[in-house]
Design a protein around this ligand. Structure first.
Ligand code: SF4
Length: 376
């Protein structure tokens, strides 16, 4: 008997669905996206991506840790938790002048946004006063400001916004169902409450999660569902691959298949069409092909040439080379409707780096081809 040839029917419904902004995705719908053939999923993510963004532009940001280690929370992935011995040094809150000096240096180097992170459960009043002054001083330099300080209530969020804070980062980490396996010192509802306060105060939201923490596929779908339920969607959605830091409870968890990671990026792009999807922690462990697939799947934001709080971030040189190989360029937009404001001067710096790199290569090639009579 002749075997029936595989069906060549194209799933036109799935492939042709326009990129609408929705907040009511069901878990079944999201799992169906994850289950699409890989090529179909990436095709669909690309269609959505191209409807809202320059497909070859990647936003770049920088990040400074203003208070490192000894955090009272017990996030099992985090080397900054005081519950685990990871050998990470403890640092007090940086002095305002040092932060301002770093911000000024970043601005001189071309940055237009300065992101600051502190390892706290939530800021205490005396720390908040210092942080508010940091925001004012950094803002006064003409920089955009972004912070991650743990949980904040409505009053704190209002004061941060009033001081000039533009963005607040607060990740959901994983699904509501798996959350208790990762963190016990705060609840999912606490996280959502902080995000609500940030939004109510008028700040922009940066919220995402971490994959590869031993969660089930359904947890990845549920995390993305939670993010997509936020109204409006977060302006930035960092999708992190777990960095297995020795000394943390997750140091020996099984690796996540990179293809599954790429699927999650693609689904995030489809669910949150207008958000910047940030390829965040874990890039150091990814090979260039995986990163290229992530950009193809709709990731369009990275941290550039800086250390990502306490885990290594690929060096600027590697990023420059990758940008060149992939024909990517830093995002450059002076105005955005509802996304991250683009760091125009950082973009200029990266472009200048790329130009210098090309010039160096050209010069090296020219010298190889030039006959040097003095050596003969
Ligand atoms: S992820 Fe944040 S809240 Fe959790 S332990 Fe680390 S610094 Fe603390």
């Amino acid at each position: 008997m002749t075997p029936t040839p595989p069906s060549c029917a194209v799933d036109t419904q799935n492939l042709a669905t326009p990129s609408e902004v929705r907040h009511d995705w069901t878990l079944d719908e999201i799992e169906a996206l994850f289950a699409l053939p890989f090529n179909d999923l990436l095709f669909r993510a690309q269609r959505v991506h191209r409807a809202h963004f320059d497909p070859n532009a990647v936003q770049v940001s920088t990040l400074l840790s203003i208070k490192t280690g000894a955090c009272p929370e017990d996030c099992k992935y985090c080397p900054q938790s005081g519950h685990y011995n990871t050998g990470l040094g403890r640092e007090k809150l940086l002095e305002i002048e040092k932060v301002v000096a770093q911000a000024r240096a970043a601005k001189d180097a071309g940055a237009s946004r300065f992101c600051m992170g502190a390892a706290w459960k939530s800021p205490r009043e005396r720390d908040l006063k210092v942080v508010l002054e940091m925001v004012r001083r950094v803002k006064a330099l003409g920089l955009e400001t972004c912070m991650t300080l743990g949980m904040v209530d409505g009053e704190q969020a209002g004061r941060l916004a009033e001081a000039g804070l533009d963005y607040y980062n607060h990740n959901l980490d994983t699904s509501p169902e798996y959350y208790g396996e990762i963190i016990t010192t705060r609840s999912y509802a606490d996280r959502l409450a902080t995000l609500g306060h940030v939004r109510d105060a008028g700040m922009k939201v940066c919220a995402g999660g971490i994959l590869g923490m031993g969660e089930a596929p359904r947890d990845r779908a549920a995390l993305l569902q939670q993010l997509a339920r936020l109204e409006p969607h977060p302006e930035s959605v960092p999708i992190n691959m777990l960095v297995k830091v020795p000394g943390t409870p997750l140091e020996a968890v099984d690796d996540l298949d990179p293809i599954e990671f790429i699927r999650a990026i693609a689904v995030a792009r489809i669910l949150m069409p207008k958000s910047h999807v940030r390829l965040s922690a874990g890039r150091e462990q990814m090979d260039d092909s995986t990163q290229a697939l992530a950009f193809l799947a709709g990731a369009n934001s990275i941290f550039y040439g800086e250390r990502l709080l306490t885990t290594a971030n690929p060096q600027a040189e590697r990023d420059r080379v990758l940008f060149t190989r992939l024909g990517l360029h830093p995002e450059r937009r002076d105005t955005c409707v509802d996304d991250d404001q683009v760091q125009t001067s950082v973009a200029a710096r990266v472009e200048a780096d790329l130009a210098r790199q090309a010039a160096r290569k050209a010069a090296a090639r020219a010298s190889e081809l030039t006959y040097d009579a003095s050596q003969s």
